[in-house]
Design a protein around this ligand. Structure first.
Ligand code: CP
Length: 313
């Protein structure tokens, strides 16, 4: 049996706090491997990993591919435009086709919430959710947790504010419950039009004023407005949104000393982050990207039957 109770990671709730801690600990070992000149281990030699990305991605797809290759797995990439889905093949038939090729692990990104659950029902492989619609992005939450723990040393006593388009954010959909599982205080900061219709489903306190909250936050987690998921604009103009909810130069001065800025990427410069905030020394955006490779290596390792000891030779 592997180090996790579930063979899939479909949503962050598939993990408990202990399992999250195990993945982050193993990722620490893999991060050290990623700093070597030769970034390669034989750990998953002979295993087949398929990246099925039916929605665009830079960070997640690339880091899953790198993670698989650094563990010596055979990694295959499939994009929406290069797969038979453009010829009308259904997701279930695509999944059955990949299953017939004996894949060990499939990472899926899809515009439809619940797509990873569909794969898990009709494939023998382990399935990782690489982002499904507005629902969840659990590996983003894991790499965010890794970043926060690494920077502060622990989660104890921290307060995290998640700012922006909460309603359409699968990042918030995974990160809020993950932080709650670890006992971290959170607040969701957004205009009412970018919150769910019933904000209580978030399980956290909600605020509509970044200025009221900023000086008390240890982590200022900024979100991009998901224009691609909006039917009409939820605010009069991007300029007005940036004025109220963007991390401007003056707001940088209001942040707590030692507080950090985080963002899942991609960023929209001049909207949620001013250029100064995007390039600030305490913005860990690129650290998050770097940690993402090690965290995804750790997750592949535990899902494909590894134990928590001896991951790194
Ligand atoms: N954070 C994230 O999911 O980025 P990509 O869309 O580039 O994968």
């Amino acid at each position: 049996m592997g180090a996790l109770a579930s063979k899939h990671l479909l949503a962050i709730e598939d993990l408990d706090a202990t399992e999250i801690g195990t993945i982050l600990d193993i990722a620490t070992s893999f991060k050290e491997v990623n700093e070597r000149t030769i970034k390669k281990l034989p750990t998953l030699r002979g295993r087949t990993i398929i990246n099925l990305f039916l929605e665009p991605s830079t960070r997640t797809r690339t880091s899953f591919e790198l993670a698989a290759k650094r563990l010596s797995a055979d990694a295959i990439n499939m994009s929406g435009s290069a797969s038979a889905t453009v010829k009308g093949e259904s997701l279930v038939d695509t999944a059955k086709t990949l299953d017939a090729m004996d894949a060990d692990l499939v990472i899926i990104r899809h515009a439809m919430a619940g797509a990873p659950q569909i794969l898990a029902r009709c494939m023998r492989a382990s399935i990782i959710n690489g982002g499904d619609g507005k629902h969840q992005h659990p590996t983003q939450a894991l790499l965010d947790l890794y970043t926060i723990r690494d920077y502060f040393g622990s989660f104890e006593g921290l307060k995290v504010g998640i700012v922006g388009d909460i309603a359409h954010s699968r990042v918030a959909g995974s990160l809020l419950p993950a932080l709650s599982m670890l006992g971290v205080e959170t607040v969701a900061i957004a205009p009412p039009t970018l919150l769910p219709a019933c904000p209580e489903v978030l399980g956290t306190r909600v605020s509509s004023s970044l200025d009221d909250e900023l000086s008390s936050l240890d982590v200022v987690y900024m979100l991009r407005v998901q224009q691609e998921r909006l039917e009409r604009s939820p605010f009069p103009s991007l300029r007005e949104y940036a004025g109220l909810f963007g991390l401007s130069v003056s707001r940088l001065q209001s942040m707590k000393k030692n507080a950090i800025i985080m963002h899942p990427g991609p960023i929209n410069r001049g909207v949620e982050l001013s250029s100064d905030a995007a390039d600030a020394a305490n913005n860990l955006l690129l650290y998050q990207v770097n940690a993402g490779v090690a965290v995804r290596m750790a997750l592949m390792y535990v899902l494909l039957g590894g134990e928590s000891d001896g991951a790194v030779a």
